[in-house]
Unconditional design. Structure first.
Length: 295
């Protein structure tokens, strides 16, 4: 779920902040930097898990609101959201409620939940079709939940704004959240308790964390060596004149070469990141220098 592109960007942000901090706090050691980088990623992962549980709770909260609405409007011939077979399974799942308690998850702000319910869910065509459906069908109920996740939860501007405020890295991790939640929805539909193991899966978090740890630790360990190599290829430039973010990206690319990542992959990745995060000319500079520095 955590792609290497996301981890590279996370590492870039952390290393850039570290270099800026060193100007005012020169006694900050490499070990301090590495510890802070690791702690930051660990905090992000815990926030991903917390938000995942919170979004599942949001679906159950909407089901309760739908039931109250139908009672208030004296509607008795429409299918209730709480009758959705997937939601019933989630509501009755002890593991889910254990995780809620473990992560201390409460519902989102009432005003936001209501706004998303009335402005997003109730007006959606899939919701209207669901309410008019007379028969229970597990496959149709699953498709409905997937649509709501994709087209309401991750498309509602008000909800996205709240999540952005609560999670400072929301823009970076948004695609992770969506893929993670949809993967859970599909796996849980098979009545598989292993769906909750997505929160602990090796490929979901452990392997990406290992890549991130090796990338950042190699960069810090070889930093002096990398600086000397960069100096040898930039005869007309003092290394301090190179834009700081470009220096970070170049040294990250050099660190990845130590991890046996293919040269073409490294250059392609850091070229793409430079185009998004650095100056208009940076991608060409990063590309050219990495091409000279990596064997």
């Amino acid at each position: 779920m955590l792609t290497r592109r996301i981890l590279r960007i996370k590492a870039m942000q952390g290393m850039y902040a570290s270099y800026v901090q060193q100007k005012t706090c020169p006694q900050h050691s490499h070990l301090d930097t590495l510890r802070l980088l690791q702690e930051s990623l660990a905090q992000d992962i815990e926030q991903i898990k917390h938000t995942h549980i919170q979004l599942l709770l949001l679906l159950l909260t909407w089901a309760a609101m739908d039931e109250e609405d139908d009672k208030d409007l004296l509607v008795f011939n429409k299918r209730l959201l709480k009758d959705n077979l997937w939601l019933q399974q989630l509501q009755s799942n002890g593991h889910f409620h254990d995780l809620r308690r473990r992560y201390g998850v409460n519902s989102l702000d009432k005003d936001i939940v209501q706004m998303c319910y009335y402005d997003g869910l109730r007006g959606h065509s899939a919701f209207k079709d669901y309410k008019n459906r007379r028969t229970e069908n597990a496959k149709d109920d699953l498709v409905f939940i997937q649509k709501i996740v994709e087209e309401v939860v991750f498309a509602n501007e008000a909800l996205q704004g709240v999540l952005d405020q609560r999670f400072t890295e929301w823009d970076l991790y948004r695609t992770v959240f969506e893929a993670f939640l949809l993967a859970f929805v599909r796996k849980f539909a098979k009545k598989n308790e292993d769906a909750f193991d997505l929160l602990h899966q090796k490929e979901a978090f452990l392997e990406p964390c290992s890549f991130y740890r090796h990338l950042t630790s190699t960069l810090l360990k070889e930093e002096v060596n990398f600086d000397e190599q960069i100096k040898s290829k930039t005869h007309n430039w003092e290394i301090k004149r190179i834009f700081l973010l470009d220096r970070v990206l170049i040294k990250m690319g050099m660190a990845e070469a130590y991890l046996s990542i293919p040269k073409a992959v490294i250059i392609s990745e850091y070229l793409a990141i430079a185009k998004i995060y650095s100056t208009p000319q940076s991608h060409q500079f990063v590309h050219g220098l990495l091409d000279k520095l990596i064997a």
